[in-house]
Each structure stands twice: as structure tokens, then as C-alpha cells.
Write a protein of this length. Structure first.
Length: 272
């Protein structure tokens, strides 16, 4: 696909659902959302960004808001923030195909087209089935199976039903599986996206520390520790080091507003 066609595809009107009124609730949220949509359609992407970010700061968490915000960031030339918000939308709704397509196209625009770091091996082995399910879905199914389990055990106490214990065992396994899935999704790894043109990654939490390698805008990393304005990051190929938190757009939760990109930092030496 040509660059021109790519830009046209990503510049489609923002994602608008007729039932956003029910999802966002109060009229003030609806008005803010519609103001963002109107600004986007008028080509005023900064105003659209401000409107969508306001919703997020007021604890409105919905994939449509993140999707529209990602589109606005993309059109304003902020590739890192766009990728971070597409990732947020996918966290909430893994089946959101338009998000997945736009995210893939944005990643192809990055310098190195790095893959997102994979979850831990144990999660990939035990929960390989849950990546296309939303947290809301796994939480709902866990609740349903736990309720069914207790109902089966209650019935077992008052009357003898063939195979009821076997059914209770199967249901209990499903309840544990979906409960674990919901917990992992709620307490999963924190990812971030390089939000500057170049982001030096140091051996330690100081600008004086030697630079080990660099990230480029849009590179996705795993964050396993944060302290004093720094984040310890790891790439998909296992490179690890410390980067300035202000140079990253954190996927969350919590949903932090990305800082404005800074000019590329001068790097005296990059160690192999």
C-alpha cells in the first residue's frame, strides 16, 4: 500500500457509535466526545486531542475514545502517542479490527518496525486462549462460572443428581481459568512507546550513565520498573536499560497523558 493511501486510510472519520450516549453517561461527557469528533472532522486535530484527553482525565475509559484519540495524534504527526492509544484500545477490545489494522500500519511507519515484547512464557502457555477476549468478558465469564459452581454444589446438598460432581469439577476449572485471565488482564505488564524521535536508553538512572542503545519513535517496550522519573525498559529482542519517563508514552493503566516530544538527545557514545 502506498504512503498516500495509508494516510488516507488512517484519516477516516473518527469512530462514532450511536450508543456512545449510553456508554459515556452524563451529558457533559457526550458533549466533550462530540466536540472532539467535530474538531477532528474539521481538521483541528489539537482541539480533538484536548477533548479526548479530557475524557480520559475524567476517568472515561472506552475503546472508542482511545481509537479516536490515536487517530488525532496520528494526524497531528505524533506517531508514538498514536501507537500507545491504539494499544490502549486493543487492551479493552482485542477484537476491534479497525484498531488492529491502523496499529499495524503505524508500526510499519516506524524506523525499525519492532514487535511488541511478548508476555511471560507461563502466560503464553497457560492463557494462550485469552488474548482475543476483553477483560470485561473474562471477568463476566469468571463470575458466571463461580455462580454456577455454587448452584451445583447447593443442588448436590438437597438431592442426588447423576454426574453433578463431575459437572461441578468442570465448572470450577473454567471459573479458575477465567478468573486467572481476568486477574492477569487487570494486573498485566506495563508497556510504553517511545514518544521522541530518538530515546537514549542508559545503563542506569542518570544522564551521565553510558547509553546502551536507542529507541526510535513508535518502538514498543515492556516496562518492569519505574523510579525517579526513569523507566527500566526491555525490547522484544531482550535489550534492557533505563529511559527517561518523559520520553515515553505509557500504555497503562493508569492512563497518563503523553508528554510533548522533545528534540533528539545528543548521544556521545552507544555501547554494543
Amino acid at each position: 500500500m502506498s504512503w498516500r493511501r495509508l494516510h488516507r486510510r488512517l484519516a477516516r472519520s473518527p469512530y462514532m457509535w450511536g450508543w456512545m450516549v449510553l456508554l459515556l453517561g452524563a451529558n457533559v461527557y457526550n458533549e466533550t466526545f462530540e466536540r472532539g469528533n467535530a474538531a477532528y472532522n474539521a481538521g483541528d486535530y489539537q482541539t480533538a486531542i484536548e477533548a479526548y484527553e479530557q475524557l480520559i482525565e475524567e476517568s472515561v475509559v472506552h475503546q472508542a475514545v482511545f481509537y479516536n484519540l490515536a487517530n488525532a495524534y496520528y494526524r497531528s504527526g505524533r506517531l508514538g502517542a498514536a501507537i500507545a492509544n491504539y494499544e490502549r484500545a486493543l487492551q479493552l477490545d482485542p477484537g476491534f479490527e479497525a484498531v488492529r489494522e491502523n496499529l499495524a500500519k503505524c508500526v510499519r511507519e516506524t524506523e525499525r518496525q519492532l514487535a511488541r515484547p511478548l508476555p511471560p512464557d507461563w502466560e503464553q502457555s497457560l492463557l494462550f486462549w485469552h488474548y482475543n477476549l476483553s477483560q470485561w468478558t473474562t471477568r463476566l465469564l469468571a463470575t458466571v462460572f463461580w455462580v454456577v459452581l455454587w448452584l451445583l454444589l447447593a443442588v448436590r446438598q438437597v438431592r442426588s443428581v447423576p454426574h453433578i460432581l463431575r459437572a461441578a469439577l468442570v465448572v470450577s476449572v473454567l471459573a479458575v481459568a477465567f478468573g486467572l485471565s481476568a486477574w492477569v488482564k487487570a494486573h498485566g505488564d506495563l508497556y510504553a512507546v517511545a514518544n521522541n524521535e530518538r530515546v537514549p536508553v542508559h545503563y542506569g538512572t542518570s544522564e551521565d550513565e553510558t547509553v546502551r542503545f536507542e529507541l526510535y519513535e513508535g518502538d514498543r517496550v515492556l516496562v518492569d520498573r519505574r523510579e525517579s522519573g526513569w523507566a527500566r525498559v526491555m525490547t522484544a529482542d531482550g535489550e534492557r536499560g533505563w529511559a527517561r519517563g518523559r520520553a515515553l508514552a505509557f500504555v497503562g493503566p493508569p492512563y497518563e497523558r503523553p508528554s510533548l516530544p522533545r528534540p533528539a538527545d545528543a548521544v556521545a557514545e552507544v555501547m554494543p
